[in-house]
Design a protein around this ligand. Structure first.
Ligand code: EPZ
Length: 419
């Protein structure tokens, strides 16, 4: 397996560009199943999850061409095949084919994803919402089978504002008969991006970005031509790197309006955040101050930035606290940070991080995507060598990570596995 080797301890300075957002691109790719197309998606990041999504679409009968971040999808003849376990287990977002397939073809068969490193992550709210729209749902040997001649509009209250659930139901409702209202819907910017793309396909959606989304179903949709929004989590990771190493980094294309919770917390640590026409710049302070954060659905502090922010807290002068409220098991990175000299204790959903004077390079292992990013950040701040294994997680969500950090002056290399 490949490794990443970092010789840390250098301030990072310069400019990188935010790639297209993985978590916006994936639902947009699955939305192409709603209409024959042709569909054209621009600013699609080069990531392993995108390749998995391409495989899934192809397996379902679509044809996909990807040239330099421009994806063309033709989804004329969907062959009614299933979303198989082998793909769904490597990428949970695959369950987002359920709503579009059911709405367009009247039938869908999708493997249940099972648990994952950060929590149980059920899809009960996706299924409950589809049932409210008239779908007949059965579970068969680890697969969800959903059928409905034509879905109908419904009033759906989500017990928790699930991002994927909101996306699945919003896509399904675009072709349903009548009006669907999703209450307690997720408000993440990726939901807005999906709604905007669906509108370009002819869908009638209002209220995205608020807790109540209203979708008036139409008989059919047409192809889309859409640019994926910039990745707010990737951008945030580079901005934290600047604060952590006492450097100054401009992330071009970063949207400050998507990152208000993060930028406000960075300012509390003493970092200077500057919003320019080009993007967002963060400059690290001489000494970081401790802060407390609580992860919450958008516009709260994103759970996807929790691990990276924890690395920053390990070097704050005092005691900081993180309360994780979105996922039940998202502290897997703590043990690895402790191996690098961090002083962290966990009680239930709360981690207390006492700042230390330095992090020590060490061999560490990545457990999930954002945990991997937090270890890269720790390696960049530590003043000797850090070796990170199981970096395939990083390739799921960070485009050209080593190149981008090298542009900022980091000494980071990928060492291919010995054959
Ligand atoms: C999306 O996952 C993101 N993935 C995740 O990003 C992100 O961490 C998460 O939203 C929260 O922001 C994509 O967009 C592809 P949820 P999703 O449904 O949609 C519970 C990353 O690192 N829940 O909003 O799967 C669930 O267990 C990833 O890029 C139910 O109980 O998240 C969790 O506790 C990881 N029943 C909470 O809701 C359901 O039916 C939020 O999950 C659905 C969810």
């Amino acid at each position: 397996m490949d490794k990443i080797v970092i010789h840390g301890g250098r301030p990072l300075n310069g400019c990188v560009s935010a790639s297209g957002a993985k978590n916006a691109a994936l639902p947009l790719m699955f939305a192409t199943l709603l209409a024959p197309g042709p569909h054209r998606l621009g600013n699609v990041p080069r990531l392993r999850d995108i390749r998995t999504a391409e495989q899934l679409l192809t397996g379902l009968g679509a044809s996909v061409q990807n040239e330099k971040g421009i994806l063309e999808v033709f989804a004329e003849d969907l062959n009614g095949k299933e979303a198989p376990y082998d793909l769904v287990r490597t990428m949970r977002a695959s369950v987002l084919v359920l709503g579009p397939l059911l709405a367009r073809c009247g039938r869908a068969r999708v493997s249940l994803p099972g648990g994952c490193a950060i929590g149980a992550r059920p899809i009960n709210l996706h299924l409950k919402g589809l049932e409210a729209m008239g779908a007949e749902i059965t579970l068969d040997h680890g697969y969800v089978e959903a059928r409905a001649e034509r879905l109908h509009g419904a009033r759906i209250y989500l017990d928790t504002p699930t991002v994927g659930g909101t996306e699945n139901l919003m896509m399904a409702a675009t072709l349903a008969e009548g009006t669907t209202v999703i209450e307690n819907a997720a408000c993440e910017p990726e939901i807005d991006d999906l709604a905007a793309a669906l509108r370009t396909m002819g869908a009638k959606i209002e209220g995205d970005g608020t807790a109540t989304i209203t979708i008036e179903g139409v008989k059919q949709l047409h192809g889309m031509d859409y640019q994926v929004m910039p990745d707010r989590i990737e951008a945030g990771t580079y901005l934290i790197a600047a604060a952590l190493t006492g450097g100054s980094v401009l992330v071009q294309n970063a949207r400050a309006d998507h990152m208000e919770a993060l930028l406000s917390k960075l300012e509390e640590t003493g970092a200077a955040c500057q919003v320019t026409e080009e993007g967002v710049r963060v400059t690290g302070p001489a000494q970081l101050r401790p802060v407390d954060i609580k992860t919450q659905p958008y516009p709260g502090f994103p759970t996807d930035m929790q691990a990276q922010f924890m690395t920053l807290m390990t070097l704050c002068g005092g005691s900081s606290m993180i309360t994780e409220t979105v996922f039940e098991n998202r502290f897997m990175h703590v043990c690895e940070l402790q191996r690098m000299g961090a002083d962290i204790t966990i009680e239930g959903h709360t981690a207390t991080i006492k700042g230390v004077s330095e992090l020590l390079g060490a061999p560490v292992m990545a457990t999930d995507l954002r945990a991997s990013a937090c270890l890269v950040l720790a390696g960049l701040a530590a003043d000797n060598t850090t070796e990170i294994s199981r970096i395939y997680h990083l390739d799921r969500g960070y485009e050209s990570l080593e190149e981008k950090f090298r542009c900022l002056g980091a000494d980071i290399t990928r060492v291919p596995a010995e054959q």
